[in-house]
Design a protein around this ligand. Structure first.
Ligand code: FB9
Length: 501
């Protein structure tokens, strides 16, 4: 329809000057006409030139006044020549008309307000606003000064209009023969496919030339899966650990017993972190079913009376407390399970383990902290390790993350001694940033497991969210994790390449 109108017009005319006017003359919507022109242009039947015009159109309010008259004139006409009270006037007018019309009529010095009455100051008024709006509605030119006034009252708005002028193209034909690429179920069934250009053989039986491929055409966007930034950073950190010869620990249990999460780590049962204000305890199943009883006895003893050179804590250790199930507060609970398992293997063989998984803490949430986060943890278990080995492995690990300038600050953890906070100088922020925590697991943790006396374990931890937020320039953790995440970010976020990787 629209295509035929364009091709037919060009058969006898040089050019379609304005697609807007042309579509009105043909009684075809301009959108349909533009689609036809674009398609014909794409196949070379026509050459289309953009036409861009800015024009004024009436707002909804403007359309009302173009029909019913401006509010100030409606108000003027509602005042009888002898004058009326303001209450009577307001009863005669729509509140919106009174609200806009009264100040405008006062400004035009058309009306005045007496002690009890409002009255006219002039005999007659012209509704210039209505006249101007009708001129714009009819596409007539209007003085720019008048335009400013109407724009200020939000009665008109600027609308950009895009159309085309159209001339014959190199492949012009008075009627378009559909390309073979337009093969459809319909034209195959109806037999119309025989009229398609590629199947429309010339009189001498020669096929007309085929449609050339448009190699610059963009492919359809492929809607596939998209990796979350956390998973991209996790993959990079995993690669770093694997390149350093670490094995991943099995972290597929969010629910843990207090025993493995705290007691096995020599964390006393009165420690504030074991309070329900800091930890999520489970109602159901509230207690663990099975613990290695011999080992539990050794843990009980080291808490109560020490041993291995330790004084212990000197309190009555409660099994019920150790049995409580919780959501693990750190992946160090997994490290304790793995080290206990390693201690059962005789003879002892050194190991390097890592884990990256979710941990849960019942703490106040803020812009950068939720009640859960992903903890990254690494540990090396071998004979005769020292703090120097820990510092060395930290330099190696963080260098691979792109952080080569480190400083260490003495710290305290219930299960490591000595402990250190790790700081790295951030060139972008021009300041030292805390990037993790570390330490050497205490003998009160390692020896009850059955590890040889000269075996030491150096370990460290950091979060996955902090580096991800910094690397992806996200300052609110809710933009990264949770139900408010913008899926556009998930689809568009850049790849993550860390440090030496
Ligand atoms: O991740 C942290 N900071 C960090 C890490 C990397 C990073 O990279 C940027 C690209 C440059 C930037 C920042 N932190 C640890 C330090 C702080 O963010 C801290 O405020 C928040 N910490 C979490 C705990 O807070 C509830 C981060 C989390 C953390 C802290 C300690 C451990 C693990 C995670 C640990 C441990 C540990 C210690 C000894 C033995 C075994 C494990």
């Amino acid at each position: 329809m629209a295509e035929d109108a364009v091709l037919g017009f060009l058969e006898k005319n040089e050019e379609i000057l304005d697609s807007g006017k042309f579509s009105e003359e043909k009684g075809i919507s301009h959108d349909e006409m533009v689609n036809a022109i674009k398609s014909l242009n794409g196949f070379g039947f026509v050459i289309a030139q953009d036409i861009k015009r800015e024009r004024w159109v009436l707002t909804e309010e403007g359309k009302i006044y173009a029909t019913a008259g401006s509010p100030e004139v409606q108000l003027f006409l509602a005042i009888t020549p002898e004058g009326i009270t303001q209450e009577e006037l307001q009863k005669k007018l729509d509140p919106a008309i009174f609200k806009v019309g009264w100040p405008q009529a006062m400004k035009n010095k058309w009306v005045e307000k007496g002690k009890s009455n409002v009255s006219r100051k002039v005999q007659n008024v012209d509704d210039t606003v209505k006249d101007l709006l009708m001129q714009i509605q009819n596409g007539e030119a209007v003085d720019p000064k008048d335009i400013d006034g109407l724009k200020r009252r939000k009665l008109i708005a600027q609308q950009s209009w895009k159309g085309y002028s159209v001339r014959k193209g190199p492949k012009y034909a008075p009627k378009r023969i559909k390309e073979a690429t337009d093969l459809t179920r319909e034209n195959l069934h109806s037999g119309d496919w025989k009229n398609l250009k590629e199947y429309n053989f010339s009189a001498k039986g020669q096929p007309v030339e085929g449609k050339e491929y448009n190699f610059s055409a963009k492919g359809q966007p492929v809607e596939g899966g998209h990796l979350h930034p956390l998973l991209k950073v996790r993959r990079q950190v995993q690669m770093i650990f694997l390149q350093m010869g670490f094995e991943e620990m099995p972290t597929n249990n969010y629910v843990e017993s207090s025993f493995w999460n705290f007691d096995a780590l020599f964390q006393p049962q009165q420690h504030p972190a074991r309070d329900s204000h800091d930890t999520f305890f489970l109602k159901e199943p509230s207690t663990t079913r099975e613990l290695p009883e011999d080992y539990v006895e050794l843990v009980k003893k080291v808490h109560e009376s020490g041993g291995y050179g330790s004084r212990g804590y000197g309190y009555d250790w409660k099994r019920d407390e150790a049995n409580k199930n919780l959501l693990r507060t750190h992946t160090t609970a997994v490290s304790s399970r793995m080290l206990y398992k390693l201690a059962q293997n005789k003879p002892f063989a050194p190991k390097k383990y890592y884990s990256i998984d979710r941990v849960f803490r019942n703490e106040a949430v803020d812009r950068t902290h939720l009640a859960e986060f992903h903890q990254i943890e690494g540990l090396v278990c071998d004979r005769g390790l020292s703090l120097g080995d820990l510092i060395g492995v930290l330099h190696d690990f963080f260098a691979r993350l792109g952080m080569s300038k480190l400083r260490f600050k003495p710290a305290y953890n219930p299960y490591t001694e000595p402990s250190m906070e790790i700081f790295s100088y951030h060139e972008g922020f021009k300041k030292w940033v805390e990037v993790g925590n570390s330490g050497m697991f205490r003998p009160e943790m390692l020896l009850p497991m059955g590890l040889p006396e000269d075996v030491r374990v150096i370990a460290w931890g950091l979060s996955l969210e902090r580096p991800t937020m910094i690397l992806y320039g996200i300052d609110n953790i809710r933009e990264l994790f949770g139900h408010k995440v913008d899926l556009g970010l998930i689809k568009k976020n850049p790849i993550c390449r860390l440090g030496l990787n």
